[in-house]
Design a binder for this molecule. Sequence first.
Ligand SMILES: [Zn+2]
Length: 129
Amino acid sequence: MNWLRRVMYGRYGTDSLNYALIAVYFVLYLLSSLLRSHLMSLLSTVCLILAFYRMFSRQIDRRQAENARFLDAVQPIVRWYNVNKCRRRDRDHAYFRCPNCGQQLRVPKGKGKISITCRNCGASFEEKT
Ligand SMILES: [Zn+2]
């Protein structure tokens, strides 16, 4: 493994963007073989080449900036996924959005029709839980 350490010395290595590129590569590769699409095959190869280029790049600052932009771009999606995962696991509460300000509100389930007061703006509305 010393040879690998020597090869990778001063190079960027891998990050979240590279993992995403490799995942996209696998998805496109599978789709291209299922659909027999040359365009998807080409796109998957481009993703893989880009991932390897980033991995062996010596321009670490640029690669880190690319990764930061990527993480900023996917953060809303990751947050939405995590919020929904928590909601699915939380069977004791119902979730509503305030009609006035859009704030997420969590109330206990199984209480019938209740009045919900938004903690953010103070608006009150009735919902069935
Ligand atoms: Zn509100």
